[in-house]
Write a protein that binds this ligand. Structure first.
Ligand SMILES: Cc1cc2nc3c(=O)[nH]c(=O)nc-3n(C[C@H](O)[C@H](O)[C@H](O)COP(=O)(O)O)c2cc1C
Length: 403
């Protein structure tokens, strides 16, 4: 199948043009320094992706509040103190006519014990299941805290624009704070931010409309959102469709479909293109360009999604860590379909105990290699990324980590 369709530019309604249909999905790098400032190593990795021909690089999630991290090593932006290095970061990502969009997030209750004594959430409902032991139970946010959090999302976006990032993405997926507000299971508030779906959506709407007012019509704003929480525990298929339609109506520029959370990490499945059916359905119903991420590694699957559905962009995360030249290779017709390595400690119980953590630490290790001008190393030994992480983050290393 010819790959030309993947290289047709995409023009948003506000006139912004993306040079092709491929973007790098957000991957938390864990590469900020102790003060949560980006490092040169982090910035260098974005140069690699821009050189590789990607249309947009979406950054790993940047936190809006240093009291509530998703994990150690997060970049935090509360004000302009790091504007100088943030400018270097955006410059690196803009090379080769690429875009770089900053993903902005608050973990809510998914802030591990090692980084938050008491996380906050829409309601004081702890994380259930085996993942729960890594997190302290959350406390319910006050209305003042909700207002402050909305303002922080907006402030971080303003700093991102000032630093030269060409767009922002609101992280509304994977069970973090915005997902928690959207879910009737996590949000049992009785005020204007809880109850009906309209009210559960209000937090997201306030963040989006505040950002739009501050950033202007021409600045792309994206939303990453879960297609559904699968078990219909609090965010149903119909709920997710209703939220996407509302955000479409309000003028969101780009909506990325994913799924899963700490309790059910569907977003990092080993299968192929798992959210495409959903993305197909929703993209035929809204104007906003719909992007889908999760499981793209085969050239034909990417071409199929762009050619035979209304999906506008293809998101790729892990494959781009192992092969940052993937877009250029697709274009030159030299790309070889890849499979991701199956990492193991060699001991079944340990593999089970470390679970998704092994995968995450492996990809973080490889992003650090990109940042240090090295080639990614495809291997299956789970020990080396685990040791690396322990060396870098010390006692923080073995707490449950994000996706
Ligand atoms: C190391 C790592 C870190 C991730 N961090 C984030 C993140 O900060 N924000 C986010 O929305 N998704 C994050 N993800 C999920 C990816 O964006 C993506 O949805 C998922 O990996 C599926 O895409 P893939 O099959 O192309 O890897 C992360 C994934 C990995 C491997």
């Amino acid at each position: 199948m010819p790959a030309e369709k993947l290289f047709e530019p995409l023009t948003f309604k506000n006139g912004v043009i993306i040079k092709n249909r491929l973007y790098k999905g957000a991957m938390s790098e864990g590469m900020a320094d102790k003060t949560h400032r980006p490092t040169m190593e982090l910035i260098n990795a974005y140069k690699r992706w821009a050189d590789g021909g990607i249309g947009i690089s979406i950054t790993g999630n940047v936190m809006i509040d240093r009291r509530y991290l998703g994990e150690p090593g997060n970049v935090v932006i509360e004000d302009e103190r790091d504007l100088d290095i943030l400018k270097d970061w955006s410059e690196a990502g803009k090379q080769n006519n690429s875009h770089i969009w900053m993903q902005i997030n608050h973990p809510g209750k998914q802030s591990p014990k090692s980084v938050s004594k008491q996380p906050v959430a829409p309601s004081a409902i702890p994380i259930s299941g085996s993942a729960g032991s890594a997190f302290n139970p959350p406390r319910e946010m006050t209305l003042n805290e909700i207002q402050d959090t909305i303002n922080r999302f907006i402030k971080t976006a303003i700093v991102a624009k000032k630093a030269g990032f060409t767009g922002v993405q609101i992280h509304g997926a994977h069970g973090y704070l915005i997902s928690q507000f959207l879910s009737s299971r996590d949000n049992i508030r009785h005020d204007e931010y809880g109850g009906s779906l309209e009210k559960r959506m209000q937090f997201l709407i306030d963040i989006y409309t505040g950002m739009r007012a501050a950033l202007g019509e021409k600045f792309p704003i994206s939303l990453k959102i879960n297609s559904t929480d699968f078990d219909d525990k609090g965010f149903s298929f119909e709920d997710s469709i209703a939220v996407i339609k509302k955000m479409d109506e309000l003028g969101m520029n780009h909506i990325e479909i994913s799924g899963g959370d700490y309790e059910k990490p569907e977003m990092m499945g080993e299968g192929e293109v798992y959210f495409l059916d959903y993305a197909k359905k929703i993209s035929s119903e809204v104007d906003t360009p719909i992007a889908v991420i999760g499981g793209f590694r085969k050239k034909d699957s990417m071409i199929h999604a762009i050619t035979h559905t209304d999906v506008s962009m293809i998101g790729i995360a892990r494959a781009l860590v192992l092969n940052p030249q993937l877009p250029n290779q697709l274009k030159a017709n030299t790309y070889q379909d890849m499979t991701l390595p199956r990492l193991t400690t060699g001991v079944k119980v340990l593999d089970k105990m470390f679970g998704g953590f092994i995968g995450i630490s492996y990809y973080e290790q490889q992003i650090r290699r990109l940042g240090n001008h090295k080639s990614p190393k495809v291997h299956q030994n789970a020990w080396s990324p685990l040791f690396d992480i322990a060396k870098i983050h010390g006692p923080y290393a073995f707490t449950k980590r994000r996706r």
